[in-house]
Write a protein that binds this ligand. Structure first.
Ligand SMILES: NC(=O)c1ccc[n+]([C@@H]2O[C@H](COP(=O)([O-])OP(=O)(O)OC[C@H]3O[C@@H](n4cnc5c(N)ncnc54)[C@H](OP(=O)(O)O)[C@@H]3O)[C@@H](O)[C@H]2O)c1
Length: 264
């Protein structure tokens, strides 16, 4: 299977950064997108040591109007049509609906939903008649389907990616585009301390137990890349979460009840 170029948003940190290294190890050319140029340059230097391909960066704020289109056009004009697109850039933006400023919810929906789906549409249009395989990886979250307290906009924004996967499955089955929608639980990228821990019941053992559930982004990235090339569609990570998700479908109240036990 010949893939040549990966366009990755959110590549300056966390899971997006680790996905960049993982694709670099497979010698793809890379276009890395994020806001902070110095962070992108650091990731690009490290990725360049791993790949025989070329590594380019695009420092843009995807929240600004028209930037998703700009990223796509710049990538196509200067580096070529990507045959792998990873949408990883996102805001966590937790908080109660009533107290969050209205602009905060709008920013989450823009960056987490509108931007990845705009890029997804460019990708699908470009590859719909392509006889070669191409791979679209949308990073959603377990919060798309579980009760995650104080995450209404975040959960809504990620559930939309799941809806997109289901709603496009029929037409994509007639193409060689592989859409992989990833639903990880908790990643070890700093979000636990910032947005989860403060809302848990202040029981040290509980906080410790939940903190232990954080997944190493490097391992998650490796699994995503491996499973993407093995035709995963909805990818729930880690493995035990697949079982939790099945139980949650039969007993959807379960995650709500559990949340009531452990959240303030
Ligand atoms: N962390 C978790 O526990 C968790 C759980 C489930 C799913 N996820 C999902 O996994 C993905 C990666 O999460 P992460 O924790 O690895 O993220 P992260 O460490 O917070 O990194 C976020 C990335 O998005 C970029 N970004 C943020 N705002 C941007 C903007 N306005 N324009 C362009 N780029 C922007 C950041 O770049 P700059 O810093 O350069 O702006 C950074 O590269 C996300 O889609 C997230 O929702 C995360």
């Amino acid at each position: 299977m010949m893939v040549r170029l990966a366009l990755i948003t959110g590549a300056s940190a966390g899971l997006g950064e680790q996905l960049a290294y993982e694709f670099a190890r497979r010698h793809l050319n890379l276009v890395l997108v994020g806001r902070q140029r110095t962070k992108l340059e650091r990731v690009a230097r490290q990725a360049a040591r791993l790949t025989r391909g070329k590594v380019a960066i695009l420092a843009v704020d995807l929240l600004e109007e028209g930037q998703a289109q700009f990223v796509w056009q710049r990538c196509v004009q200067h580096c070529g049509v990507p045959d792998v697109l990873v949408n990883s850039a996102a805001l966590s933006g937790f908080g109660t609906v009533a107290q969050q400023p209205q602009t905060a919810g709008q920013r989450i929906l823009r960056l987490n939903t509108l931007v990845p789906l705009t890029l997804s549409q460019y990708f699908i249009r470009m590859h719909q008649h392509d006889p070669a395989a191409s791979f679209l990886i949308n990073i959603a979250s377990a919060g798309a389907e579980l009760t995650l307290p104080y995450s209404a906009f975040h959960s809504a924004s990620k559930a939309a990616l799941l809806g997109f996967a289901r709603g496009s499955q029929f037409e994509l089955a007639r193409t060689r585009i592989h859409l992989v929608t990833v639903l990880p639980t908790l990643l070890n990228t700093g979000h636990f301390a910032q947005v989860i821990a403060p809302d848990l019941k202040p029981w040290p053992l509980l906080v410790k137990l939940v903190a232990k559930q954080q997944l190493a982004p490097k391992k998650v990235a490796r699994k995503i890349v491996r499973r993407t090339f093995h035709d995963a569609k909805i990818l729930r990570l880690p493995l035990p979460y697949q079982m939790v998700a099945n139980v949650n479908q039969i007993l959807p109240d379960l995650s709500y009840r559990l949340s009531r036990l452990i959240y303030q």
